[in-house]
Write a protein that binds this ligand. Structure first.
Ligand code: SF4
Length: 336
């Protein structure tokens, strides 16, 4: 087990984790809300250090990142655990691994071994981007792994991508950001009440998104539209207005929910998704519907020229010259 970063020892062999806003106070043998960090004799240890639950080469659009090296593949890894408790989690086998008493065994890797795996996979796929995505379960709960890997990968000329719920304290985030190049961050709702239902809080997530943006990191935001949870147009309009205030060029992915795990409401209504897209597009330049088949192309916000054609995960760059619109010359907010 690896001694965790960011905790303080407290009286009576207690330990306070300072990684995420839960700030769990634990006694000997107890783990925090994420179940991925355990108290042993007053010190906190990571239970998912170097553990890889999933590894794959994915289209970068699957993260989803639509404006960052479009059309490339990305070497992706996931670990175990999560600090939120979304009842509709699509990856609950790994995010809830520590609570579900699963007998599945996952191997442990050093950062150097992960780098070697990445190099091999990337070399075998000509369309693969020189980088790594930390995804599938919540990467920030495997902070020690992500931090060590991201430093090593950066020093070896690789880029680091995070796909995260953004529920982290500002100090560990600030110390990780210099190694991160791009991120997709979930903004799961826009009321504290709804975030509470998911086991989190809205304010720290908004602070995380703003911190990424202020650090100059490429970000895209995903909101899963969950039937009966965050599907009030009024709340969604407030969410979109907040993004607009931060930067109206940030791509927003509005994703379709499907029944999963402990949540069995019907899938998000497609007409409602279209209505949300229409509303969001009146504030933001780039709004996409996700988790539905079909076209999801990028158009120039100024002249409506087709910049990138995207049909499912087939991506064709059509109207870009030097990262600008080939028709009107507007800078396209896309990193190629
Ligand atoms: S990372 Fe885990 S142990 Fe630490 S505060 Fe968050 S939920 Fe608690």
């Amino acid at each position: 087990m690896k001694e965790a970063f960011y905790f303080s020892r407290q009286e009576g062999q207690k330990s306070q984790c300072q990684l995420c806003p839960h700030n769990c106070l634990t006694s000997e043998g107890q783990s925090g809300i994420c179940k991925a960090r355990i108290n042993k004799e007053g010190k906190l240890y990571s239970l998912n250090y170097g553990v890889i639950s999933s590894m794959s080469l994915d289209p970068i659009e699957k993260k989803p990142l639509y404006h960052y090296y479009p059309g490339s593949q990305i070497f992706s890894i996931g670990t175990l655990g999560c600090n939120l408790h979304c009842p509709f989690c699509q990856n609950y086998q790994i995010s809830r691994y520590f609570e579900e008493n699963t007998n599945r065994f996952f191997a442990q890797f050093s950062s150097e071994q992960i780098l070697e795996l990445a190099k091999k996979n990337i070399a075998a796929s000509p369309s693969c981007f020189k980088g790594i995505a930390y995804t599938y379960s919540e990467p920030l709960i495997a902070y020690e792994t992500v931090r060590e890997c991201s430093e090593l990968f950066k020093n070896n000329g690789f880029r680091n991508i995070l796909v995260t719920n953004g529920f982290i304290n500002s100090k560990p985030l600030k110390e990780l950001l210099p190694f991160i190049d791009a991120a997709n961050i979930d903004l799961k709702a826009y009321t504290e009440e709804n975030y509470k239902k998911l086991g989190g809080r809205l304010k720290p997530v908004l602070e995380t998104i703003a911190a990424f943006k202020n650090a100059g990191i490429h970000i895209e935001i995903t909101t899963l539209l969950v039937t009966g949870l965050n599907d009030r147009m009024e709340e969604l309009e407030s969410l979109v207005k907040w993004i607009e205030k931060l930067d109206k060029n940030i791509p927003l992915h509005i994703s379709r929910y499907f029944p999963q795990y402990h949540y069995q409401e019907p899938p998000t209504d497609l007409h409602f998704m279209e209505a949300v897209k229409k509303m969001a597009s009146s504030y933001l330049h780039y709004v996409y519907l996700g988790n539905i088949p079909g076209e999801s192309s990028t158009f120039c916000p100024k002249c409506k020229n087709l910049l990138i054609e995207r049909i499912n995960y087939q991506t064709n760059i059509k109207g870009l010259i030097n990262q600008s619109c080939s028709q009107c010359g507007r800078k396209a907010d896309i990193i190629l």
